[in-house]
Design a protein around this ligand. Structure first.
Ligand code: PMP
Length: 405
């Protein structure tokens, strides 16, 4: 069987792979706690369910325009005005099957072979792979001071004549950090002056805590949407907990949206009309669902911090947004893949190895689940790693034996 070198070089999504392994273990009756995947527990907002059902009831489910239905685009234009204080036209918006496809489509539409994209570690696992799939070169920058916030100087040093874009994800998956407004401003100004695209992955922008705000990049450019280098990506997966209703979108200049539309029309024709109806229902419905979700997640963040506080050896930076925390487990192991595998099989907890995010020795824990998931999950991790804990415990009727990696 002949498979392309490029396709072969693309890594499996570790989050999905571990989740799949956990699912199989659960099917075998093992009581696994999932702190791996970033998926809120809430039900789909009722307005999204109703608008989906209304379309299904008509039985008239057809192709839509490749860049999205006019009515969903209208809702996105309103969202952009309300959240970004930007007035944009329908030609500045393209809807895709999740923010993941949105980002892929941007990269595919802006990169020439060998063009470089700057990625800030800790980073979402998919960015480097997507850049490679578009024949580009990912350039990963890891903050030298060991923090989760880069410095402009580090970015400047990584820029070359091949640099086409930088991806900024704040609040950040996996660290939960919000980049300070001054830094966002510096990066936006740098990108505008050097004609480098600033891709703002804003998928978590409303999941922020302690009264903090993730200041949008758009705020720091005087240029209108046709001339700015800022491109914003958003979606319904995280804000409304609609991970299965795959809708994301991009706001960008008309030329880029036109090219992205051609690409998408050759790839998927359009995004499912049913899912677009669901997203429209969420965007035009009661917005207190977002605030309720945010409050639940903020409470979960407090629980996670309390539980991790009594965990000797690990170092934790308090997340300011998202539903992830990225503790430093190097006191226990420098090999995060081994550590995550050990915790899955020995302590029945799914975590994601930091290596995948450019942070070896760290583990990403998701607190999108229930409070019980969080407390049980962390209790089990402590049991698995603490040399002073009992060698045997029972989880349900399953006897667990602790033997180190
Ligand atoms: N960006 C980041 C940083 C994410 O964490 C995710 C989802 N895990 C996405 C984009 C993709 O979102 P969607 O589910 O809408 O494709």
């Amino acid at each position: 069987m002949s498979i392309s070198r490029l396709a072969r070089s693309i890594a499996t999504s570790p989050t999905l792979a571990l989740n799949e392994e956990a699912r199989k273990m659960r099917e075998r009756g093992e009581p696994v706690v999932n702190m791996g995947i970033g998926e809120p527990k809430n039900k789909t907002p009722i307005t999204a369910v109703l608008s989906t059902a209304a379309l299904l009831n008509t039985g008239d489910i057809k192709y839509t325009p490749p860049d999205g239905t006019p009515s969903l685009k209208k809702a996105i234009i309103r969202y952009t005005e309300e959240n970004y204080n930007r007035v944009i036209a329908p030609e500045n918006v393209i809807v895709s099957s999740g923010a993941k496809q949105s980002i892929f489509n941007i990269l595919y539409s802006i990169l020439n072979p060998q063009d470089e994209v700057i990625i800030l570690a800790p980073h979402w696992v998919s960015y480097p792979e997507m850049v490679k799939m578009c024949f580009g070169v990912p350039v990963v920058i890891t903050p030298e001071d060991g923090s989760f916030i880069p410095r402009l100087q580090e970015i400047e040093q990584a820029v070359s004549s091949f640099t086409k874009a930088i991806i900024v994800n704040s609040p950040n998956n996996p660290s939960g950090a919000i980049f300070p407004p001054d830094l966002i401003q510096e990066i936006v100004e740098f990108c505008e002056s050097r004609k480098i695209y600033y891709i703002a992955d804003d998928i978590y922008h409303k999941l922020v805590f302690d009264g903090k705000r993730a200041v949008p990049a758009y705020q720091f450019t005087e240029k209108d949407i046709e001339n700015t280098m800022v491109i914003a990506v958003n979606g319904v997966a995280k804000l409304y907990g609609m991970t299965g209703l795959r809708i994301g979108w991009v706001t960008a200049n008309k030329k880029l949206v036109e090219v992205m539309t051609n690409v998408q029309s050759q790839m998927t024709s359009c995004t499912s009309s049913i899912l677009q109806a669901a997203a429209e229902g969420a965007l035009t419905g009661m917005q207190n669902v977002v605030e309720n979700l945010r409050l639940t997640i903020e409470n979960n963040r407090n629980v996670v911090m309390q539980e991790l506080g009594s965990f000797s050896g690990i170092k934790t930076t308090r997340p300011e947004g998202t539903f992830y925390v990225l503790p430093d487990f190097r006191a226990y192991s420098n090999k995060s893949v081994e550590l995550a595998t050990f915790l899955l099989h020995k302590a029945l907890v799914v975590t994601v190895p930091g290596k995948e995010f450019g942070m070896e020795g760290y583990l990403r824990l998701s607190y999108a689940g229930s409070v019980k998931d969080i407390t049980t999950g962390i209790e089990r991790i402590k049991w698995g790693l603490d040399p002073n804990s009992p060698n045997e415990i029972y989880i349900g009727d399953r006897k667990m034996i602790r033997d180190w990696l």
